[in-house]
Ligand binder design. Sequence first.
Ligand code: GAR
Length: 227
Amino acid sequence: MSRAIELIIEKQQHLGFLSPEVPPEVWSRHRQQPKLRLGVLASGSGSNFEAIAQAIADGVLNAEITQLVYNNPEAKAGDRADRWGIPKQLLNHREFPSREALDDAIVAAMQQQQVDWIIMAGWMRIVTARLINAFPNRVLNIHPSLLPSFRGAHATEQALAAGVKVTGCTVHQVALAVDSGPIVIQAAVPILPGDTPATLHARIQHQEHQIYPRAIALAASGVWDEG
Ligand code: GAR
């Protein structure tokens, strides 16, 4: 991350645009529960995947990433898995006849690893009922906007084009419609004069890396289900 972006993030924190904290009771409940088995799906750079791995290594998240499934042979997420010693499996969507067939293969891979939660971290494939029904209420996704605004691809470009002054990121449970489902956590990110999709996305990603481990703890602790 460039120094300029770091300075903007510091300023943003002074402005009060912090990612929400999870209450200490949630952390203590989370840490008393058995270690979560997470299966991560990624298509690209994998910075969220790595932020979750780091939160586990730091003892913040009581979990284990049992495997990374990625769909794109070029995805940098695969290299990150190697660096972290996390097993990885390439399921190239081009080699499957349908979305359902890809999802069946993902479900089989995740069930074989006895995964508790599926964590979509930059997974750029539309998922089907096959995946969602195999892990009911146990599939999380992260999206670079304050949903329900700016669904789909190019969320940062959409936010800039709309002229909004605040955008952000959302972790939500996955439902059938793209980028929909109950919201677990959101963080706000101000749009600054001169922002480009790249500068805005860098600041959003900083917040994504803060909130995703918190969202996993919150969703898995059961507190969130209790309303
Ligand atoms: C993240 O910003 C995530 O919010 C976005 O892809 C990026 C992946 O980054 N996901 C979506 O747009 C899903 N609709 P990463 O590979 O560095 O984690």
